[in-house]
Design a protein around this ligand. Structure first.
Ligand code: UDP
Ligand code: MN
Length: 292
């Protein structure tokens, strides 16, 4: 399929410039901020891959303009055409009631239903391989080798204990766009009474039960900083992912504990000088400022 006959629900204005793309998703003003820091961070790695931002109609043109200026390929997408029952079960209030978040806090601007738009990545058939990265992440070194990984690859959801290795985190994954896979996904996704408690993450884990594991450093979750500090290694981190609270929130309950990581995010977002990542101080050196 050529890109002039774009699949339904996906409206590219320009063509692919590479066989590979980093893809993120933006459905509102806040995640557009995240995507700007992410795009700047990817730009520093001298990748030859495209950077694609899937955006829904709910995002202001003014929020997307800086992404376009950075050279991102903006692709407007529709929400998936899901049943009313599905949308109701996965609406923020209902999902939080049915499957509460006990470990951290989701910001008010996070709409769980929007996460399912990630699946539109499989409609980007102009690319041989895509690496999806959440908009609340930073790429800290060149990770182009991920384009050589098979579908479906993701890192384990590690931020607290060994148990975490049993699950994947869908903030970073490697996939191969395919109309057939996309159709099979839609078939599986919206069934009567189905409830995906962690939205796209639970779905992808179910759809790809034999998922391949990426190194944990390809999706280093911010909570590792205080929960598993011995795992932290600035020299190895490919992607730093601010799961739960976001670094651009005016204040949040973990802000003091995560201060060095938040400062790093702001340096990218504001286009300031980026320190030498490999020689940044690790969590133990800042333990004195950590909250018990
Ligand atoms: N997202 C979005 N709007 C939303 C919710 C999610 O654009 O209302 C996108 C965005 O790319 C975000 C990703 O989906 O990074 C997953 O959500 P989030 O990162 O907040 O989840 P967490 O990593 O905290 O589980
Ligand atoms: Mn995330």
């Amino acid at each position: 399929m050529t890109e002039t006959t774009a699949p339904e629900g996906v409206r590219p204005k320009t063509g692919a410039r590479s066989a590979h793309a980093f893809v993120t998703l933006v459905t509102n003003h806040d995640y557009a901020m995240g995507a700007l820091a992410l795009a700047r961070s990817i730009g520093r790695t001298q990748t030859t891959a495209d950077v694609v931002v899937l955006c829904t109609g709910g995002v202001d043109a003014a929020d997307l303009a800086p992404l376009g200026e950075l050279g991102c390929r903006l692709i407007e997408v529709d929400h998936l055409d899901l049943s009313d029952g599905f949308n109701e079960r996965h609406a923020r209030g209902n999902l939080h009631a049915a499957a509460p978040f006990a470990k951290g806090r989701k910001p008010a601007f996070h709409s769980p239903l929007d996460n399912f738009c990630k699946l539109r990545l499989w409609q980007l058939v102009g690319y041989e391989r895509c690496v999806f990265i959440d908009a609340d992440a930073l790429v800290l070194r060149n990770i182009d080798r991920l384009f050589g990984y098979p579908e479906f690859s993701a890192a384990p959801n590690v931020y607290e204990s060994l148990e975490d290795f049993k699950r994947l985190n869908s903030g970073v994954f490697v996939a191969k766009p395919s109309a057939a896979t996309f159709a099979a996904m839609l078939e599986r996704l919206d069934q009567p009474e189905i409830f995906w408690r962690r939205t796209d993450q639970t779905f992808l884990e179910t759809f790809f039960p034999d998922w391949h594991g990426l190194p944990v450093y390809m999706n280093m979750l911010q909570y590792v900083w205080f929960n598993l500090p011995e795992l932290w290694d600035w020299k190895q981190i490919g992607v730093l992912h601010y799961q739960y609270e976001k670094p651009w929130e005016a204040s949040h309950p973990k802000a003091q504990q995560l201060e060095p990581l938040i400062a790093l995010w702001h340096a990218f977002y504001e286009g300031k000088a980026i320190p030498d990542i490999a020689s940044l101080a690790g969590p133990s050196a800042t333990a004195g400022s950590r909250v018990a």
